[in-house]
Design a protein around this ligand. Structure first.
Ligand SMILES: [Zn+2]
Length: 385
């Protein structure tokens, strides 16, 4: 039986209290992912990964979904074996079943490594809790005016630019930047310059339709190469309304890459350092760098440091974001959406900004369009405050 009251009332039971104050869905999702990686059968591994993903995407903490009689809810994608693990975690805060499976596998070291790579990731339910908790000083969803990283059919995204505009208007945005990959990143369907010119005409049509209600910017997600240079010439970069620079290689190295990141920020066209580390939950740590040095240069130049809200990225997280803010950086909060439903990933970025205590004033997405455009044409105007 579940001692339901422990989680609801926060009765002074060590583990129950801990679960009541932590991101319970992240704890459950983590154990289910551990269990996935302890499997030798591929179908079982994928099954537990799916179960973990279903828990991490729940809108409510699991503790709120338990019936008064202790019954667990039925959730699509979660089978009886996963349910047993969830029951153990709700009862005790841990899962002997998962620990036993890890013991039986020969993968303990790999699983411990993956556990370290899940730090400072929020579940969807935790994102919603942080957004609705008035004690955080950071930006609210209502203050968020537009999203500055997303992908369309012109690279590896699904929607047309018109579908993106419709979805952004439904979310109440004033503006958005479509930021497809540039041609150097062929693996992500990078857009050639002739394609970019064609996309520009499609965006012009969206803006003619949107009028004063909505402004779509043509951005580009340039790839930062191993030396910190971009996969665009200066003339090519100048054709876009906003240039994001992001690392997509050398993301599993242990050596310091501060120089690479400083070079990218020093590039005169760059306005946003996107998913700065390139980390992926439970998989890779991304770029290792002296982030305080990177933030100091970004603050000086007025380059925004991004919090990428893709649930698997959450890059940078709130711990680094508070250091970027302290250094004087402006911050960008973006979804990195590849479908229109993924535009909600911006909320993950907002939650990290709230946890980091970054005020709306220092978040480029919370500015009115005229201030955003002024910053894009002269970034140092918003440099260190
Ligand atoms: Zn990227």
């Amino acid at each position: 039986m579940i001692n339901h009251s422990r989680f609801v009332t926060g009765a002074p039971s060590g583990i129950g209290l801990q679960l009541a104050t932590t991101d319970v869905n992240a704890v459950i999702g983590g154990y289910l992912r551990d269990l996935a990686f302890a499997q030798s059968s591929q179908p079982k591994m994928f099954g537990y990964k799916r179960a973990a993903a279903a828990i991490l995407a729940l809108e409510e903490p699991f503790t709120d979904l338990v019936g008064p009689d202790g019954a667990l809810p039925r959730i699509s994608g979660i089978g009886p074996a996963s349910t047993r693990v969830i029951r153990e975690i709700l009862d005790t805060g841990e899962s002997p079943t998962v620990e036993h499976a890890i013991e039986q596998s020969d993968r303990r070291a790999d699983i411990e490594r993956r556990r370290q790579l899940r730090r400072h990731f929020l579940s969807r339910a935790e994102v919603r809790r942080v957004l609705s908790d008035p004690t955080f000083a950071g930006p609210s969803l209502e203050q968020y005016q537009g999203d500055l990283q997303m992908h369309s059919e012109w690279s590896d995204g699904r929607p047309t630019v018109q579908e993106i505009a419709d979805a952004c208007l439904q979310r109440g945005y004033q503006y958005a930047a479509v930021t497809d990959h540039s041609y150097g990143l062929t693996i992500a369907g990078g857009m050639s310059m002739p394609e970019a010119a064609e996309q520009r005409r499609a965006i012009d049509a969206v803006n003619a339709w949107g009028g004063a209600r909505f402004k779509m910017l043509q951005g580009i997600e340039a790839n930062i190469d191993t030396t910190g240079q971009l996969d665009l010439t200066d003339d090519e970069a100048a054709t876009f309304d906003v240039v994001l620079a992001a690392p997509h290689s050398r993301l599993r190295r242990s050596e310091d890459q501060t120089g690479r990141m400083l070079a990218a920020i020093a590039h005169p066209a760059v306005r946003i350092l996107a998913h700065p580390r390139g980390r992926i939950t439970g998989s890779r740590a991304g770029v290792i760098a002296d982030w305080d040095a990177v933030f100091a240069l970004a603050a000086q130049r007025g380059v925004a440091i991004e919090i990428d809200g893709d649930p698997a990225r959450q890059d940078i997280d709130h711990t680094l974001a508070s250091r970027a803010f302290e250094a004087g950086c402006v911050i960008a909060l973006d979804s990195d959406a590849h479908t229109t439903t993924q535009l909600s990933y911006a909320e993950t970025a907002l939650a990290h900004a709230r946890l980091a205590g970054v005020p709306a004033e220092r978040i480029v997405n919370c500015w009115p369009l005229d201030r955003l455009l002024a910053w894009l044409s002269n970034p140092s105007s918003e440099g260190r405050r």
